[in-house]
Design a protein around this ligand. Structure first.
Ligand code: GLN
Length: 244
């Protein structure tokens, strides 16, 4: 299929509330990497009270506990719809606070448990220590294998059932600082603690997500053309294995 006749739609969940440490950079990366190939992008910022439409890819960023509380209620109202979207192979990317709400619940240090939307079999409880710093993850599904980013969270996420991690930690604390894993994946739902923002420094992961979103929309695998990622991968490689 000729790339310039293709399109993907992106639903951005609650950007006015969950958008920490430049998470908007993920939307910019997905959009530009499509536009550079002539692929049309429909961008739909979704606010509190809005009806959530069907999209090929949904993104949700991170935020402090207070913003998570406000978003959790809104997300939970749309839980059945979003699970049905997951089961139609829509792509989801959640960063930190957004990732935590992809599970069954997030128990903050203070206050009531926030119910998640159970897109993946996982749960999060607040820990006493805040994990802040660079992270390197070794995946088994990307080329190059690594993902790099920055973490800043006190939540400890535990994966269960069929939920897989994004990979093994080479640097950083990841999901919970105990099991040596970072992030979560179930079907086309991806969650990670990597801020930074994540995708500008991991163009191979951005393209992986775009290809999944195109496959969801068109019902067939579509290999994206190569872009000149010399600068992006130079930045990526400069961060691999770097703690400070
Ligand atoms: N409030 C959550 C935590 O501290 C998420 C933080 C974030 O999104 N960076 O774990």
């Amino acid at each position: 299929m000729e790339e310039r006749n293709l399109k993907i739609s992106i639903g951005h969940l609650y950007p006015r509330l969950l958008n920490l440490y430049g998470d908007m950079g993920n939307i910019i990366t997905l959009t530009k990497r499509c536009e550079w190939r002539g692929i049309d992008v429909e961008y739909d910022p979704i606010g509190v009270g809005d009806r959530i439409k069907e999209h090929d890819l949904y993104f949700i960023g991170g935020g402090q506990d207070k913003q998570q509380q406000e978003v959790a209620g809104e997300l939970y109202k749309n839980k059945d719809f979003l699970i049905s979207e997951r089961d139609k192979n829509a792509v989801f990317l959640g960063i930190c606070g957004g990732y935590q709400l992809f599970g069954h619940y997030y128990q903050p240090f203070e206050g009531d448990k926030l119910l998640g939307i159970s897109l993946m079999d996982a749960y999060t409880v607040a820990g006493k220590k805040r994990f802040i710093g660079n992270v390197t993850v070794e995946t088994n599904f990307l080329t190059p294998l690594t993902l790099v980013g920055f973490e800043n969270h006190s939540g400890l996420t535990y994966l269960q059932g069929d939920t897989k991690s994004l990979g093994k930690l080479k640097v950083g604390n990841g999901n919970n600082g105990q099991d040596g894993m970072e992030g979560g994946r179930y079907k086309n739902v991806f969650g990670t603690y990597l801020h930074g923002s994540l995708l500008p420094k991991n163009p191979h992961f951005a393209d992986y997500l775009i290809e999944l979103a195109l496959e969801k929309r068109y019902g067939e695998k579509i290999k994206l053309s190569k872009l000149d990622d010399e600068l992006e991968l130079m930045t990526h490689n400069s961060l691999v294995g770097k703690a400070y």
